[in-house]
Design a protein around this ligand. Structure first.
Ligand code: PAF
Length: 536
């Protein structure tokens, strides 16, 4: 039976209630609720309760990206060995519900074991079809000391994904092995969901947040910081060129050895996605650690990437993002990932193929098979214009994408969700190589959430109005009053930040540059300086 315990959050203990509610919401008939969110689709944050700021950051991200947010709370017996803390695991439902209400969660799903078809017997005794992740992903890191754990996680997560049917599911990167296993699971089993890994949230001391930190005494909390300190030292050595497994592992071991109460369980270096052990890092490595402090087991990790950094520049329309991005790329000798040119290239392709702009299915097929290449070399026909060469399906379209036809249709094409989805994939594959500067409304929040340097470039509406007026004048176009320009900019900001698809918002870790009193050269200089001070 469905219950409505909270003012805003609906609490369901049954699958029937949950499904019925979600189906009504998604068909639009039951839309009663928290209509406060930009975003489309449904976001799931699976948890075992005892919510803390780490969970709240997952919820916040889900809230920003989805129309409906479901949080599940289920202390899953399948993932606890008989010797582990299943019985003692903190259960704080009232407080969790209150936190969910405050965080604007729509639905709290709190199933009983029976409701999920799980007996309350020890995991090993249960007759239940289970999902078995790849053995190679379970034989490293926590898999060695927690046999059966990841099978239990994979089984329950698969159940939750089927029951809730979210578009996106959010997991904390603190459990990096769990994230990699779930990503592999949804790929291998074609589960139609996007797995969104979210950065580790730490206490000011550096200690990674965990529900199990509740077990620690104040003194133990201080001692536990040695784990992160070790990882940080290894990260610093990595930046200075240390790539070997022995070197990096030894640094963490040395630091942890300084806190004798911390009983190291492992320090391992593996590939962040495949989890295969690495002897050295050539591309990226996950350096992970687990230790016991008294009876509490703690884990932490860092991802070390060899790729050159990514600089992501977000901000409202008219703040000068594209010019600044181009100049920053030039100054740093990085590739300007001109996302606008990518949308233009697709528009050109659609027009070439004679596909009507409303034939979304044909466009989906075309876009999902196209290959766009950008190169930082100036196109010969546009020498000096700092225009990267743009190829689509092997054809040079650098010139063609600037035609009037393309210009007239590009916004209609860019507004299609399928086009965006496919191009984001291509942009992200550039991201794997690194060494790019990219701009866009959501480049730092959604396309490259791991970008090493994020800038939120902004200017007041008045200043952007003045700049626009000057541009029109320079182009010899008819004058528009400042009031009208400001009104248009204000309206555009409102639409961009409330739009369903990829709304504009400032990433938590972005550095804001307010450019009202700055010239373009000064803005570029600031970003180049930040790049050098932060990353080199
Ligand atoms: O990370 C957790 O809290 C759990 O492993 C999860 C994903 C909710 C599955 O029980």
């Amino acid at each position: 039976m469905a219950e409505c315990l909270g003012v805003f959050v609906r609490v369901f203990k049954t699958v029937a209630g949950l499904r019925c509610y979600l189906e009504l919401q998604q068909s639009g008939d039951g839309r009663e609720s928290n209509d406060r969110t930009p975003g489309v689709g449904l976001g799931l944050v699976p948890t075992m309760g005892a919510l803390h700021a780490g969970h709240l950051s997952l919820i916040q991200r889900a809230r920003q990206e989805n129309a409906i947010v479901v949080v599940s709370i289920f202390v899953n017996p399948l993932q606890f060995a008989p010797t582990e803390d299943f019985q003692q695991y903190p259960r704080t439902l009232n407080q969790d519900q209150h936190l969910c209400e405050q965080a604007g969660v729509d639905v709290l799903f709190v199933p009983t074991m029976a409701e999920l078809g799980i007996a309350s017997a020890p995991a090993s005794a249960m007759p239940l079809t289970q999902v078995v992740p790849l053995a190679s992903m379970m034989s490293v890191l926590c898999g060695n000391s927690r046999p059966g754990h990841f099978q239990g996680v994979a089984t329950i997560v698969t159940k939750l994904l089927h029951l809730v049917q979210p578009n996106r599911a959010y997991f904390g990167q603190k459990d990096a092995q769990q994230v990699a296993i779930i990503q592999r699971l949804v790929t291998d089993l074609n589960v139609p969901v996007e797995i969104v890994p979210c950065r580790i949230v730490r206490e000011p001391s550096g200690l990674a947040l965990s529900s199990r930190n509740q077990y620690l005494t104040p003194d133990q909390k201080i001692q536990a910081v040695a784990l992160f300190a070790g990882l940080q030292q290894a990260e610093q050595a990595f930046r200075q060129g240390e790539r070997s497994q022995e070197g990096l592992v030894a640094i963490v071991q040395r630091e942890v050895a300084g806190t004798p109460d911390l009983q190291l369980e492992y320090v391992e270096l593996v590939h962040p996605r495949s989890l295969l052990p690495l002897a050295r890092i050539d591309e990226a490595g996950l350096l992970a650690v687990a230790a016991r402090l008294g009876t509490t087991r703690l884990i932490d990790n860092v991802i070390l990437r060899c790729r050159q950094p990514i600089v992501a520049i977000d901000g409202p329309a008219g703040a000068g993002k594209s010019t600044v991005t181009r100049l920053v790329a030039e100054a740093l000798g990085l590739l300007h990932l001109d996302t606008g040119a990518m949308y233009r290239a697709v528009t050109w392709l659609v027009l070439q193929a004679g596909i009507p702009l409303n034939d979304v299915v044909a466009i989906a097929e075309l876009v999902s098979q196209c290959q766009i290449e950008l190169s930082s070399q100036d196109h010969p026909a546009r020498a000096g214009a700092a225009q990267p060469t743009v190829m689509i399906n092997g054809q040079d379209v650098t010139e063609a994408i600037r035609s009037q036809d393309v210009t007239a249709q590009v916004s209609a094409i860019a507004a299609q969700a399928v086009v965006r989805r496919e191009l984001v994939k291509q942009q992200q594959s550039y991201g794997c190589r690194g060494g790019i500067v990219a701009e866009g409304r959501d480049i730092g929040t959604q396309v490259f959430p791991d970008a090493e340097l994020k800038i939120f470039l902004t200017a007041s509406v008045q200043e952007r109005g003045r700049r626009r007026q000057q541009d029109l004048k320079d182009q010899g176009k008819p004058e528009i009053s400042l009031d009208d320009l400001e009104q248009t900019i204000y309206e555009r900001d409102r639409k961009d930040s409330t739009r369903a698809l990829s709304p504009l918002r400032q990433a938590e870790d972005a550095i804001e540059i307010q450019s009202d009193r700055l010239s373009i050269t000064q803005v570029v200089e600031q970003i180049v300086n930040l790049y050098h001070s932060k990353l080199l």
